[in-house]
Design a protein around this ligand. Structure first.
Ligand SMILES: *Cc1c(COP(=O)(O)O)cnc(C)c1O
Length: 460
């Protein structure tokens, strides 16, 4: 991680309220009166089980700026949870959606196929890691992709057990919540859970005893698999190459490769869940590429559709073909409008070289924030790949997670006009997922706000 000495010598940080509003523009108190009124209706009509991180109602958006119903402009560091990588309301996506919906709204692909679905599968085969014949199935959500990847792996191997990683997040359906290791809020009170799901430790260099020794970390997890299950009964190992909800944890080198090699030696399907990390987010098309891993199956969603709902399982042709016709799919999976949006989004990723844009965002972030652990006792680590970056907070002088200071920082920056998310098994991580098309000026403004808030909250 290159450290910029000019950054270390940076003069004292601007006060939060004094950071000039350029891309942002706050014209009312936050939340404004119209958002507050809508929030009353939200409370009355929307299930309390649906979270509401920010009480601000969006009205329109463009690129990296979201405008609320009161006319306040926010800088977006969340991209709808890594969805609008190509920017919000990207003109190419909007045009493709508008023209497709007027031509072909829906048929059901298994009833009457259409070209867009096949073209998306072709793009998936082209861009996902691995130089072998690949096929795909298209679905609607990330959870649905994970469910289907597990079905396919079980059908192919004839084995029952799925190995998941500690700190994993795979979704909110019964199987995928069973595969998620964070009880609150994702599992509490929702049992009974799906059987034959076993979790083993993931590499967490900041906190585990293996540090950057990924081989040793993987061997320990493999021992657990053999002990608790035995490879004869393992259908699949599934891992996020950078853990998302779990805290933007980047595993030690060789951890994933060692697991993947072991899986291949024992007839176990290796599934990479790239729903958050995929499609250019980390500075490569897929994060698996950083670790030299060619997954047998890969799940994608989020950024794939440029904002429209679509997900996929892509993998080795012989595994994808193990399923009997009609065994996978669904009414809406790969809807023509979502396929048109995905093709437009992938077109932008190719023509604008979004992997390079993501890598650049990571460089800017690290040149400014790489020194945070030295400057602030509450920052334990700054980590990530490309435009998937995070800051982990602790009580100063300890390794004890501090969700409380994260809450204060996030409240402050949201009031100052940023859309931002937290993550981490202990809620003590701030994550940055800006649209990959964010301008340097916009990114600088957002980081000025965040840095000012960290300085103010850590001084309290
Ligand atoms: C978001 C996410 C999911 C679930 O996707 P949904 O579309 O919310 O069902 C699964 N896995 C990972 C890694 C995710 O980030």
């Amino acid at each position: 991680m290159a450290q910029d000495t000019a950054t270390l010598a940076r003069p004292s940080v601007t006060a939060l309220k004094d950071v000039p509003q350029i891309a942002r523009k706050l014209v009312t108190e936050i939340p404004g009166p119209r958002s507050r009124a809508l929030m009353e209706e939200h409370k009355q009509y929307v299930s309390a089980g649906v979270g509401a991180a920010m009480p601000i109602f969006a009205e329109s958006a463009s690129g990296s700026v979201i405008t609320d119903v009161d006319g306040n402009r926010f800088l977006d560091l969340a991209a709808g949870i890594a969805v609008t990588g190509v920017g919000n309301a990207a003109p190419e996506v909007v045009d493709a959606v508008q023209s497709e919906v007027a031509k072909l709204t829906h048929t059901n692909f298994a009833t009457t196929p259409y070209a867009g679905y096949v073209e998306v599968c072709k793009k998936l085969a082209e861009h996902t890691p691995g130089d072998f014949a690949k096929k795909s199935v298209l679905l609607n959500s990330g959870a649905e992709a994970v469910e289907n990847a597990v079905k396919i792996a079980r059908r192919y191997t004839g084995r029952p057990t799925v190995i998941v990683m500690d700190n994993a997040f795979h979704g909110r359906t019964n199987l995928t919540m069973s595969m998620t290791t964070k009880a609150s809020p994702y599992k509490r009170g929702f049992g009974p859970f799906a059987p034959d799901v076993v979790s083993v430790p993931y590499s967490y260099p900041l906190r585990d005893s293996f540090g950057q020794d990924g081989v040793a970390a993987a061997k320990a997890s493999i021992r657990r698999m053999e002990l608790l299950v035995g490879h004869e009964d393992i259908a699949a190992i599934i891992a996020e190459p950078v853990q998302g909800e779990g805290g933007f944890i980047v595993p030690a080198d060789e951890f994933l490769k060692t697991l993947c090699d072991w899986a291949h030696a024992h007839g176990v399907v290796f599934i990479s869940d790239e729903i958050q990390s995929g499609f250019c987010r980390t500075g490569k098309w897929f994060a698996s590429e950083y670790f030299g891993v060619e997954p047998d199956l890969i799940t994608t969603a989020k950024a794939l559709g440029g904002g429209l709902p679509i997900s996929a399982v892509t993998g080795r042709a012989e595994i994808m073909d193990a399923v009997q016709p009609g065994g996978i799919g669904g009414t809406y999976g790969g809807n023509p409008v979502s396929c048109a949006a995905a093709l437009a989004a992938i077109g932008i990723m190719e023509s604008e070289d979004l992997p390079a844009c993501a890598a650049h965002i990571g460089d800017v972030f690290l040149s400014r924030f790489g020194s945070l652990p030295e400057r602030f006792g509450c920052v334990a680590a700054v980590r990530g790949l490309g435009a998937m970056q995070a800051i982990e907070f602790v009580k100063p002088g300890t390794m004890e997670p501090d969700a409380e200071i994260v809450g204060r920082i996030v409240d402050a920056v949201r009031e100052a006009g940023l859309i931002i998310l937290t993550c981490g098994i202990n809620g003590n991580v701030i994550r940055l997922l800006p649209p990959l098309v964010i301008g340097d000026d916009e990114l600088d403004e957002a980081l000025d706000v965040l840095e000012a808030a960290i300085a103010e909250c850590s001084a309290q």
